[in-house]
Design a protein around this ligand. Sequence first.
Ligand SMILES: [Zn+2]
Length: 267
Amino acid sequence: MKKNLILTYHKIFRENDSVNQSLADQYSVSESDFENQIRAILERNIEIVSLENLFQGKVESEYSVTLTFDDGNASDYDIVFPILKKFNIPATFFISTGNLNNGKLEVEKLVELSENKLIEIGSHGLTHRDLRTLKDDEIRKELLISREYLQKIIQKPVDFFALPYGSGDSRIYKLCSECGYKAVFTTRKQINPVKKGGFLFNRWTIKAGTSTESFGYLLNPDSFSHKSMQLFYMILNPLRKWIGISGEQRVLDTIRKLKYSRVKNKA
Ligand SMILES: [Zn+2]
């Protein structure tokens, strides 16, 4: 079966921009790292497919990549959009509508993005809260108000929903479907089988700490390193329910420190 890897990015920042750099956090990726990652995908002749084509099962290659950007940051327009146009590659922006303007993406720029054929727009909720902590009525509001607002301003259907903090459960998935979404996107670090009519899709988050080496593993699904990374997250993903995303981060930080001290001891 054909396989697809959906990458999730958040904010992209310019290294020489001190304002942006001070706002950078572990979820921000620098412009040069981002562009190098795009080049690495293209150099390996890996097809970059749109989310809609992935959803429809319209993918030629055995292994493909899909790009998504969460939250609706100003960098979607200022930094990512020019790079997408330069390489002529598609991407989806998942927008938290409560964030629009307010120092993040401006509405006029979102409209301009949506008018480009490379770009798809999805919802990332209204107030960016963990839906698992909300009652059904509040979840419906998050799902419906954000969707209706986006559809009104971009004048196109909004069919896809990316879960804030990547977390959901069967109650939330059912509500997403009832509210008209055709597919839901988590941040479970696994690749997806390509098939028509899937509903729940995994995504792999790229962070500031994602090394060139581990990004390379992601692009090579048959390698031992890729398979062991997937197995590692297959075990870690279900634990998130108990340890939370911050707990997951602590586990990853500890592993990184152990690795680092091993390298240091060797040297
Ligand atoms: Zn988010």
